[in-house]
Design a binder for this molecule. Structure first.
Ligand code: CTP
Ligand code: MG
Length: 226
């Protein structure tokens, strides 16, 4: 599996968010742990920026070894995933991709994604929309209509694929296609993607407010009893 952690965290500002602490534990370490602990995960490829790969923090250096590798990513998420894919041993024939910015993945969701990928399907962790969704006009201010939400899901990670499907989708996708998730590339290549229900607690930390929320959630201990 691949953990993408080569982003700059520009929307949050400051040092890259994946190395910030969430209740005293680096966000990336929280994201890595459930995969390292999972009996069906044979290899974890952690994709980081060049300076981090050259001088990883001690906790990452200690994890580095037979089943965990540290690889240099690119300037777009898609390039980072491609670098991770190249770092995986040949015997990994299903591949999961997870954002370092999601420190609260549920092991049961990892199980669900693995089961789908093993059955030959591409699968994404996703949450049904709960808010009422409005479409705005080009002025970004005027509501054009209310979009029926019944069929709408928010895509999260992990996402899982038969390796050949992910590799082919990456190879086929227009280089200009700025995919923010891997399933989009599979969809663009004509593939089918299956939803695996996930919980909103596996949210992505994007802003400083998200980091504060993550910190409070982790300190509450609630995530341990999910
Ligand atoms: N990512 C990556 N390589 C990139 C861009 C993103 O590995 N070139 C990773 C991030 O580290 C993160 C995940 O992809 O774990 C999701 O991306 P996002 O939340 O957008 O993180 P950043 O790109 O770091 O943040 P921002 O877009 O605000 O700069
Ligand atoms: Mg980004």
């Amino acid at each position: 599996m691949i953990i993408v952690a080569a982003g700059k965290g520009e929307r949050m500002g400051g040092p890259p968010k994946q190395f910030r602490n969430v209740a005293g534990v680096p966000m990336l370490l929280r994201a890595i742990r459930p995969f390292v602990a999972h009996p069906d995960v044979a290899h974890v490829a952690v994709v980081v920026a060049p300076d981090v790969a050259a001088a990883p923090p001690a906790w990452l250096g200690e994890l580095r070894g037979g089943t965990l590798s540290v690889t240099v990513g690119g300037s777009e998420r898609r390039q980072s995933v491609a670098a991770g894919l190249a770092a995986l041993p040949d015997e990994c024939n299903i591949v999961l991709v997870h954002d370092a910015a999601r420190p609260f993945v549920d092991p049961a969701v990892i199980d669900g994604i693995i089961a789908e990928a093993r059955a030959g399907r591409s699968a994404i962790a996703a949450v049904p929309m709960s808010d009422t969704i409005k479409e705005a006009a080009s002025d970004g201010r005027t509501v054009v209509r209310t979009v029926p939400r019944d069929a709408l899901w928010r895509a999260q990670t992990p996402q899982g694929f038969p390796r050949a499907v992910l590799a082919a989708a990456h190879a086929a996708g227009e280089p200009s296609l700025r995919a923010t998730d891997d399933a989009s590339l599979v969809e663009a290549a004509g593939g089918t993607v299956t939803l695996v229900p996930d919980s909103a607690t596996n949210f992505k930390i994007t802003s400083a407010a998200d980091l504060a929320l993550a910190d409070a959630w982790a300190r509450s201990g609630a995530e341990a009893h999910r």
